[in-house]
Design a protein around this ligand. Structure first.
Ligand code: KKD
Ligand code: ZN
Length: 316
């Protein structure tokens, strides 16, 4: 009966029995910090049959001070070098913390690692609800994205795919077999907005529902998932001393995920001159004017729209 079409093959995957929800990877992103603290007091809302779900504050010192990080960005710290370096108390706080987290939820890349880690973030950009993936080949995560998008409709939840060889970074969630970032904005640093908080909570609910259904043996048929693939980092225009000489253009500000065409204005100098996008084709900018990215020389990232095929999956 088979016609040799790979799309008809159902991948058999292990149940996802151990799941963590990280908040406070950045200590000033208040929705994740608040939700995780809430769930550590009362976990009824996040419990699901057949899954152990652990809410966890990843950077308590940064949460205490309400800053992104103390010594170095925790969400860049999970490199193999950092995870294996010795030095104990002498190491930057976040490197020590990355090693602890790797011992608790990893080791990264091993069979003992947690199945899924959700890492909760907020952005000052007008991105709405965004799920962040690190691999286009993870059928489990792609099926989860498809499930969440459908459950969340008519509200929209987009998927950002970062598997860029240079722009990909070593996240806290990368310790898990299936890493999932959740980025919701706009929300200023240190501020809680009810709409952003509630949106994050609803997305998490759907994500956990998916895991429960999967573990109970539901089959998820092959599907196609729209993702926005990270292409390029765009820095602010700067003078010879490295000082910023232009702002995000008013036509681009808050227009995350909207097409930016060759020739469209993207920056505006302090004396009112426009600087135009020079790329060869239409891109979809996101993380536009994210506060935390000034130090990373990033005004926004460009992405390209793609449809990824997710194979059918079912529990082994
Ligand atoms: C604004 C912010 O912190 N964004 C996250 C995105 C991610 O989790 O991949 C970060 O830069 O780590
Ligand atoms: Zn963050």
């Amino acid at each position: 009966m088979s016609h040799g079409n790979i799309n008809n093959i159902t991948a058999r995957l292990n149940a996802a029995r151990r799941v963590a929800i990280f908040g406070g990877t950045h200590g000033n992103e208040m929705s994740g910090v608040t939700l995780v603290n809430l769930w550590m007091q009362n976990s009824a809302e996040i419990q699901r049959r057949g899954v152990e779900i652990q809410p966890f504050i990843t950077n308590p010192k940064a949460v205490e001070k309400c800053v992104r990080y103390v010594d170095t960005d925790l969400n860049r710290a999970f490199t193999q070098e950092n995870l294996s370096v010795t030095g104990g108390d002498e190491l930057p706080y976040e490197v020590q913390r990355a090693q602890e987290i790797n011992r608790m939820f990893g080791p990264k890349g091993s069979a003992d690692a947690y199945d899924v880690i959700f890492d909760l973030h907020n952005t000052t950009s007008n991105m709405g609800c965004t799920l962040i993936l690190e691999s286009s080949k993870d059928a489990f995560n792609l099926q989860m994205m498809n499930y969440i998008k459908k459950a969340f409709a008519p509200a929209s939840c987009l998927v950002l795919l970062n598997e860029h060889p240079l722009l990909k970074y070593s996240t806290s969630r990368s310790v898990a077999k299936h890493p999932v970032g959740l980025e919701v904005g706009p929300q200023p640093q240190g501020v809680l907005r009810s709409n952003i908080f509630e949106a994050m909570r609803v997305i998490l609910k759907h994500a956990l529902d998916f895991i429960e259904l999967f573990n109970e043996g539901m089959e998820f048929p092959a599907c196609s998932v729209e993702v926005f693939r990270v292409l390029e980092r765009m820095d602010y225009p700067r003078d010879a001393n490295g000082n910023i000489i232009a702002m995000v253009h008013p036509n681009l500000q808050d227009c995350d995920w909207e097409p930016l065409n060759p020739g469209d204005p993207m920056f505006q100098t302090f004396d009112g001159k426009s600087i135009h996008y020079q790329g060869p084709s239409t891109v979809y900018p996101t993380f536009i004017n994210e506060a935390a990215y000034y130090e990373k020389q990033q005004a926004f990232v460009t992405t390209r729209r793609e449809n990824l095929l997710a194979s059918a999956i079912r529990k082994a």
